[in-house]
Design a protein around this ligand. Structure first.
Ligand SMILES: NC(=O)c1ccc[n+]([C@@H]2O[C@H](COP(=O)([O-])OP(=O)(O)OC[C@H]3O[C@@H](n4cnc5c(N)ncnc54)[C@H](O)[C@@H]3O)[C@@H](O)[C@H]2O)c1
Ligand SMILES: O=C(O)C(=O)C[C@]1(C(=O)O)C=C[C@@H](O)C=C1
Length: 292
């Protein structure tokens, strides 16, 4: 069943491009119009068949579109939404894919003076450490969760339209309260990215770090994969979700300090108890589960 006659994707990168590919493969949309800052990047998106045509002006991209997806970094959301706003069609539903939700809702309120009933905040819990349209693929969202965070003003019909869009892309859609979303993602996504960046950066600043990295094996590679993610994107996420992330960072600092104290005291019991509790939790809740 068609989700949109014309889909506008503002930000044709990993997420926006993957969604466009998925909806095209599902034959769920008519024309797909892309928008971005870089004409060469946009030309590539057209050349790859990810979008049918592309515009550098958000207003030109959304003109006549009945479904609009904001897929730019969080730091660009407000400017792009403001540029698109005057050209939004009366029947357009607008959603986003931002990794934090309160900040995007604040952006919508800043642009429109209220939270539009046709704006449905969303977040696909799926991705990779890569960026750009070349990294986009149709299967990215299959069996992964998408969290929609409607607020009191949000039109239920608009929520259902966005739900159908994600389901056409193969995702499993859930709704979540805004602050809870930002707290949960601070724990499961934003903190882990901070830790991966911090570890690699700490080692990279050591004297003789070349030798250290030479002897880094699978464990280091696994743990630090996400440190290859786009720094601007994660700069934006950390500042957009500052309060929730700070709470998790302070909690983690205290837990790490307790582990350091146990090492210093030769307190093997505390180390064993911690490691056993963590292994049991990961085996029970993370291993073997489907998507994000
Ligand atoms: N990467 C992930 O794993 C992941 C997962 C879920 C959600 N997200 C969210 O998706 C959004 C996009 O992330 P991505 O991974 O697709 O990034 P990306 O860098 O692959 O794509 C972003 C696109 O937006 C364009 N862009 C940037 N600033 C712009 C501007 N001012 N005007 C117009 N276009 C602009 C870029 O040219 C690029 O094409 C972010 O808000 C991010 O939080 C990312
Ligand atoms: O799999 C990855 O590489 C990701 O970073 C995806 C990931 C995450 O798991 O933290 C990153 C950002 C998102 O907002 C959602 C998912």
């Amino acid at each position: 069943m068609a989700v949109a006659r014309r889909l506008a994707v503002l930000g044709v990168g990993l997420i926006g491009g993957s969604l466009a590919r998925a909806l095209r493969r599902a034959e769920a949309v008519g024309e797909i119009v892309g928008c971005g800052r870089d004409p060469a990047h946009l030309a590539r998106a057209v050349e790859l068949g990810v979008v049918d045509r592309a515009e550098t002006d958000p207003a030109a991209a959304v003109a006549g579109a009945d479904l609009v997806v904001l897929a730019v970094p969080l730091g660009a959301m407000r400017a792009v939404l403001a540029a698109a706003a005057p050209a939004l069609a009366a029947d357009a539903v607008v959603t986003d894919v931002g990794s934090a939700k309160a900040s995007v809702i604040a952006d919508a309120r800043a642009v429109f003076g209220r939270i539009p009933r046709w704006f449905v905040p969303g977040h696909p819990i799926a991705g990779t450490e890569r960026s750009g349209v070349e990294a986009a693929f149709a299967e990215l969202f299959e069996d992964h969760r998408v969290l929609l965070t409607p607020v009191a003003e949000t039109d239920p019909a608009a929520v259902e339209r966005v739900r159908r869009m994600w389901e056409a892309a193969g995702a499993v859609v859930e709704t979540m309260e805004v602050a809870h979303h930002d707290a949960v993602l601070a724990a499961t996504s934003h903190l882990p990215h901070m830790l991966a960046y911090a570890l690699v950066d700490a080692l990279a600043r050591l004297e003789g770090h070349e030798e250290i990295f030479r002897y880094a094996a699978g464990g280091f590679r696994d743990f630090t994969r996400i440190a290859s993610s786009d720094p601007v994107m994660w700069h934006d996420i950390c500042l957009a979700n500052r309060e929730a992330l700070l709470g998790m960072l302070r909690r983690f600092q205290a837990d790490l300090a307790r582990l350091a104290d146990a090492v210093e005291a030769g307190d093997g019991e505390t180390l064993l108890a911690t490691f056993r509790r963590a292994k049991a939790a990961r085996d029970a809740h993370v291993l073997g589960r489907g998507g994000g």
